[in-house]
Design a binder for this molecule. Structure first.
Ligand code: IP8
Length: 271
């Protein structure tokens, strides 16, 4: 059986986060090229992508991460009056972004299959319910899933982050060797905020006891930024998978990390 790698395309990397529903096609194409190279090297690849400006802005406004809030006094938007409408709009936005990603793969001649979580997953956090092993069976194609609004036992609905999905994919799919978080604007986990950091502030080996500077744009994001990646990454590393955070705008680094070649970035350890 071929070795499998799981790549998370950060939402902030594949979209312009400051403007509603704007993809960054150039970055998406460059990530697809990296995947193409991995396939040529006989790696099986599973892709999980984030939401960026396709999900977070509206999900944040309607507090979808807090579940159903019948008593909260939301000011209606022009195109959305209620939380229930926001749930279906965010799901639609995520399907649109997913289609953009799928189209980029098919343009490069790579066959994929899509697995929208609201159709098969329930509850949030890395212990969500979902039959990963059966859903991701077609190991000759690239399986693609993404952060989404899912139905929940408590609170009616909630946000299942791509950072939660990767944990279970790495744990449940046999033969996953590496998990790569491709992120925007940083080379990995930093000791100081990115605007103050220099080259020497990259933490090359991180485990939960090491202090770091967490960038989390809570004005925009409903999920957890680099901090969630770090924690989820260490859960995955505990199972023997090599986990890296890599600057997604550096395709050669990404490719090296995917192939297991040492490169600039942060490797995450369990402890
Ligand atoms: O960007 C968030 O997924 P993430 C999903 O992977 C939504 O954390 C719909 C905001």
């Amino acid at each position: 059986m071929d070795d499998c790698i799981v790549i998370k395309f950060g939402g902030g990397l594949i979209t312009d986060k400051s403007t509603m529903c704007t993809p960054n096609n150039e970055v998406i194409d460059s990530l697809v090229n990296v995947v193409a190279d991995c396939l040529e090297h006989n790696l099986r690849v599973i892709v999980v992508h984030g939401a960026g400006s396709f999900g977070h802005l509206r999900a944040k406004y309607w507090k979808l991460n807090q579940g159903y809030l019948p008593d909260y006094d939301f000011a209606p938007q022009d195109d959305c009056q209620t939380q229930e409408e926001a749930v279906s709009l965010v799901r639609k936005e995520m399907l649109t972004l997913n289609q953009i990603v799928l189209d980029a793969f098919s343009k490069s001649g790579i066959d994929t299959y899509k697995l929208p979580p609201h159709e098969w997953a329930r509850n949030t956090g890395s212990d969500f319910e979902g039959d990963i092993i059966h859903l991701f069976q077609q190991n000759n194609l690239v399986g693609i899933t993404f952060g989404d609004v899912v139905d929940c036992d408590e609170g009616v609905f909630g946000i299942l982050s791509g950072d939660d999905l990767v944990v279970r994919i790495c744990q449940d799919i046999p033969n996953v060797k590496r998990l790569i978080f491709a992120v925007k604007g940083v080379d990995g986990i930093l000791k100081r905020p990115p605007e103050l950091a220099d080259e020497s502030d990259l933490i090359k080996r991180w485990s939960p006891s090491i202090e770091y500077s967490g960038v989390h744009n809570s004005e925009i994001d409903v999920t957890g930024g680099i901090g969630l990646k770090a924690i989820r990454g260490s859960e995955v590393a505990a199972g023997g998978v090599d986990v890296f955070i890599i600057n997604g705008e550096e395709p050669q680094r990404l490719l090296d990390a995917c192939k297991g070649i040492s490169t600039r970035g942060t490797q995450i350890f369990a402890d």
